[in-house]
Design a protein around this ligand. Structure first.
Ligand code: 3HC
Length: 306
């Protein structure tokens, strides 16, 4: 594994056996999958027991595709799903040794969930967020354990992407950073360390890139397909910028662009109006079947949408 030379020395994390995951969306389910795959019990939280159960069932269906492809045995899939326990809400996180919050990117919602998880979790348990841009320091300040809070920013799709960006809040202790770094590595990820500055490392680079592709599109510099071919064949990226924005979710891309714009106060980060308009229309990318492209119900790209 190609870890950053800035990573802290590994520490013992064998006591972290149960991992809470808040949010049964695409990121939360990916984190739950990787946690279970690496031998952890997972407590899965969403807005209700029904939604958490629905999330686990959705993961079982997606793992079924790996079984069909012969990449996973049906027994391994069943064992993995059996390690994931859907629960009613954050009040059921009492047994978790560490929680990763991966709810929608909304500060008020994350603050509410952090407070609830903090109240339920045992003393000494770690509380982390998969946020892509919200201040870890702010989230930590809402809890009674700010030194035990850090960012664990996984990439989408979590089971496939090799990176986990560790974010150090102002209050995070050295021990917390060492523990979450070691845990992410145990979950098979290469880690990098970022200060708690908007966008951290990955989105500080990525969102201006995706947003610039949106500006080029709205200025008519080229078609969506040609912009994406430029990214794929001209830059050797696995996906073009508009396809990637559709995968991440256009609402998430817009939210992060707005955080960068607001927090740095620099107009170079202002979001392109085509991005704003698609979000206003509810066309949020692959997850809604339409964004820059139209997708079929299996998520296959059909054609450009604009
Ligand atoms: N579990 C395990 N393996 C899985 C899996 C899962 N849930 N889903 C897919 N895989 C495996 C597939 O079986 C396949 O394995 P193989 O190569 O051995 O056959 C492999 O992963 C790739 O899957 P696919 O063949 O379906 O897809 P592609 O080869 O077309 O790759 C992709 C898809 C990995 C999404 C690739 O296009 C890619 O890397 N795109 C860029 C993604 C990216 O940049 N993500 C970062 C976004 S930024 C972010 O997340 C931060 C946020 O804050 C905004």
């Amino acid at each position: 594994m190609d870890n950053s030379p800035n990573s802290p020395q590994p520490v013992d994390v064998s006591h972290i056996r149960s991992i809470g995951v808040i949010g049964a969306g695409q990121m939360g389910l990916g984190i739950a999958q990787v946690a279970a795959q690496t031998g952890h019990d997972v407590v899965l939280v969403d807005a209700s027991l029904e939604l958490a159960t629905k999330g686990r069932d959705k993961l079982a269906v997606s793992l079924g595709r790996l079984v069909e492809k012969g990449k996973l045995t049906a027994e391994a899939r069943d064992a993995l799903i059996g390690k994931i326990k859907p629960v009613k809400g954050p009040e059921d996180l009492g047994g978790a040794d560490l929680t990763v919050e991966a709810a929608t990117e909304q500060l008020d919602l994350k603050l509410k969930l952090f407070k609830a998880a903090d109240a339920a979790m045992k003393k000494g348990a770690l509380l982390t967020s998969n946020t892509s841009s919200i201040s870890i320091t702010k989230l930590a300040a809402s809890t009674s354990r700010p030194e035990l809070v850090a960012g664990m920013h996984f990439m989408n799709p979590v089971p496939v992407m090799k990176l986990c960006e560790i974010v150090r809040g102002v209050q995070s202790s050295d021990q917390t950073i060492a523990m979450v770094t070691t845990l992410a590595q145990k979950m098979g990820k290469t880690t990098i360390l970022s200060k708690d500055i908007p966008g951290f490392l990955v989105n500080r680079m990525l969102i201006p890139f995706l947003n610039e592709a949106c500006f080029a599109l709205q200025e008519g510099v080229g078609s969506p397909e040609d912009l994406d071919l430029a990214g794929k064949l001209g830059l050797n990226h696995p996906m073009g910028p508009l396809e990637l924005a559709d995968l991440i979710g256009l609402d998430t891309c817009l939210f992060i662009a707005e955080v960068l714009h607001r927090e740095f106060g620099d107009d170079k980060y202002r979001a392109a109006s085509v991005l704003r308009n698609l979000v206003a229309a509810g066309w949020l990318g692959k997850k809604t079947g339409r964004g820059f492209y139209v997708y079929d119900e299996k998520g296959n790209k059909l054609r450009a949408a604009i």
